[in-house]
Write a protein that binds this ligand. Structure first.
Ligand code: ZN
Length: 333
């Protein structure tokens, strides 16, 4: 006699190109007890398992009790995971160039076995994270479209994809800045930088991929500019997409919004056990969500022209038009 199959783990996969506000949104969602945000699991194999970088809680990966429990439940301990094997598998499955193949309706047996095995690694981690925390939804902010495409082949996974978009010129400005990585314990390391043209290519490829995915999986598209204009409404909308009821607690770390005005002081945020991501995840105080518009003054004219032209078709689709951007009626921060 076998026990009935448990409900498939539900994951909210945050997709899009980095610097689109995903860490901020993840931090907000993580304030609810029914949400478990784990950072960018795609980088777990190299940065956490390999380099033992710091978790969002401040501990090194191997010293974090949450991740130790997740490893025990998912794999019988992290020592049982052959990192080199996983990285080789990742290279065969989870690359942007493999997306056309992953978008098909059927795969040859060998490729199917690879993608199923790869997706199963993540499914095990999600299931364990939910079991350890008692949450109902796990948030993976890995962002790469190729991983979202791989996960659609998972057996027994409730996949919901949040496609986060932001004006390409703001994203290009952000990727041109030097940002130190606080999770690196030994020595100093910086996040990579990309030229305006490289960002334009990545921005178009990633966003186009999520449009392709939308006909094959549950995808909700959200603009960074709409999120920052209405963080409370966005959290509500995203929770609803994830099948969760409204939870005012999700907003308690916000300062300066109407919704939190009644609270005397915003609470200190619950720091998620996020395995990789933007330095913001180490922030310890109340958050002010406002649209970062620095690019309008600081992105050089030439760069702006390159990005504006190279990303034109999707910019039009998202309403990122003109010199002032999309929402002329919204005041600049
Ligand atoms: Zn931790």
């Amino acid at each position: 006699m076998s026990a009935p199959d448990p409900a498939p783990p539900r994951v909210l996969f945050v997709g899009g190109l980095g610097r689109s506000g995903s860490t901020l949104l993840e931090l907000l969602l993580a304030q609810s007890a029914d949400v478990c945000a784990v950072g960018e699991v795609v980088h777990l194999w190299e940065r956490a398992l390999g380099a033992d970088e710091r978790c969002g809680c401040g501990e090194r990966f191997t010293a974090c009790p949450f991740w130790r429990q997740v490893g025990d439940q998912a794999f019988g301990g992290w020592a049982a995971v052959d990192r080199d094997d996983v990285l080789a598998l990742k290279d065969r499955v989870d690359r942007t160039r493999h997306i056309p193949r992953l978008a098909k309706d059927a795969l040859p047996p060998e490729q199917l076995a690879d993608v199923r095995r790869y997706a199963d690694l993540y499914t095990r981690i999600y299931r364990a994270a939910l079991s350890v925390t008692g949450a109902r939804v796990v948030v993976d902010s890995s962002k790469h479209a190729s991983l979202a495409f791989a996960l659609r082949w998972a057996e027994g996974l409730d996949l919901r994809v949040l496609h986060l978009v932001r004006d390409s010129r703001a994203v290009a400005y952000s990727w041109g800045k030097q940002v130190r990585r606080p999770e690196v314990v030994d020595g100093e390391d910086f996040m990579p930088t990309f030229s305006p043209f490289e960002v334009s290519k990545l921005w178009t490829a990633q966003n186009a991929a999520f449009h392709l995915l939308a006909s094959r999986a549950k995808v909700l598209r959200l603009r960074y500019e709409d999120f920052t204009a209405n963080p409370a409404g966005t959290v509500r909308q995203v929770r609803d997409f994830a099948g969760l009821p409204d939870d005012p607690a999700a907003l308690r770390i916000l300062s300066g919004t109407d919704e939190t005005a009644a609270a005397p002081e915003p609470a200190a945020p619950f720091r998620a056990h996020s395995v990789a991501g933007n330095p913001l995840r180490f922030s310890g105080g109340p958050l002010t969500v406002r649209r970062d518009e620095a690019w309008r003054d600081r992105l050089p004219r030439r760069s702006r022209a390159v990005v504006s032209l190279a990303t034109l078709p999707l910019r039009v689709r998202y309403g990122y038009l003109g010199q002032r951007g999309s929402d002329e009626s919204v005041e600049r921060a």
